[in-house]
Design a protein. Structure first.
Length: 95
């Protein structure tokens, strides 16, 4: 799924594994129980979003990804990509 730069609303329980969501605008979106394993969230704006119960294992993030004020209770973040895996992904697919 390709959502580069697109606005995103409520995606409760959505299956977004491996989705490319670079620079996506999802302020205040509801990702409750969504599966985002291996998704590319570089430069995504998730400010104030509901990430409760979402699966963020092995997602790709960068310093511009914003989750300020997001609800992150029970958000799954393990396993994480190692710095080496992040570097390999960055070389293979620059944002």
């Amino acid at each position: 799924m390709l959502l580069d730069g697109a606005p995103v609303g409520d995606v409760i329980g959505a299956l977004l594994s491996r989705a490319r969501m670079v620079r996506v605008q999802a302020r205040g979106a509801n990702f409750m129980n969504a599966v985002l394993q291996n998704a590319d969230l570089r430069s995504a704006d998730l400010t104030g979003s509901n990430l409760h119960g979402a699966d963020f294992s092995r997602v790709r993030l960068d310093g511009a990804t914003s989750i300020d004020g997001a609800l992150i209770t029970r958000t799954r973040i393990h396993p994480r990509l190692t710095p080496q895996q992040q570097a390999v992904h960055a070389q293979a697919d620059p944002a």
